[in-house]
Structures are given as C-alpha cells and as structure tokens.
Design a protein. Structure first.
Length: 129
C-alpha cells in the first residue's frame, strides 16, 4: 500500500492556488484566456509537477492555451520558487484536462440509452371495458 506524502499534498494545494493567481494576473498571452486549473500532481521529491487545466466554460482553444502555458512555464516556475520559498521549484508540465467533457459526453450517452430503453419497454395501456 503506497504511503501518503502530506508535504507533497500541501505543495500541490498551494501550487494550484498560486498558479491560478499567477496565470490570471501575470500571464499576458491572449491565447491563454480564461482557464481553470483542475488538478496538480507533484512527485514525492517535489521536482516535477503535472498541472491539468481546462478552458473556462469550454471557451477558447485548449491547444493554443497549452502552447502559451508551456511557453510561460519558466516564468511561472521562477515565481513559484520565489513565492513558495522552495529550494528547488518543480518543473511544471501542463496538460489539457478533458475529463469534464468526457463526463458530460458519458452522461449524455447514458441518458440516451435510458430513454431508448424506456421507449422499447412501454407498457401497453389496458383496454377500458
């Protein structure tokens, strides 16, 4: 059973808040637009951080935002190191999080399947006599 690493979890939470704020205030690239950071996963030695994001309310081009964030990752890493007072800032790697879209698509498929099933198994109405 894997051990929990509470420091890594605290760093993940703080990194999520800090990156959200830095991207909103400091990144001036128009390709980024409005994004939501959905999760951050930090390695247990705190040298790597995988940051998952989604464009806010489906607005904007996720691929363009990814490219802009990758371009700004050095800038963000520098600010993370200074503001979190870490000896070594984690290398930040951005990923598009499509789990929300996948979940919505699966929910729609399930709803369609339930509707189809209801239509196939309609009880015939009894004859009034």
């Amino acid at each position: 059973m894997p051990r929990e690493y509470p420091r890594a979890r605290r760093v993940e939470e703080q990194l999520m808040r800090l990156l959200s704020e830095l991207i909103r205030r400091e990144v001036k690239d128009p390709r980024v637009g409005l994004i939501t950071i959905t999760s951050v996963e930090v390695s247990r030695d705190l040298t790597h951080a995988n940051v998952y994001f989604t464009p806010f309310a489906g607005a904007g081009d996720a691929a363009a935002a990814l490219e802009a964030l990758r371009h700004a990752s050095g800038f963000l890493r520098h600010h993370v190191r200074s503001q979190m007072r870490l000896r070594m800032a984690p290398e930040i790697v951005f990923h598009i999080d499509d789990s929300i879209e996948r979940g919505a698509r699966l929910s729609a498929l399930i709803a369609d399947a339930v509707d189809d099933d209801r239509q196939r198994h309609v009880e015939p109405e009894p004859d009034p006599e």
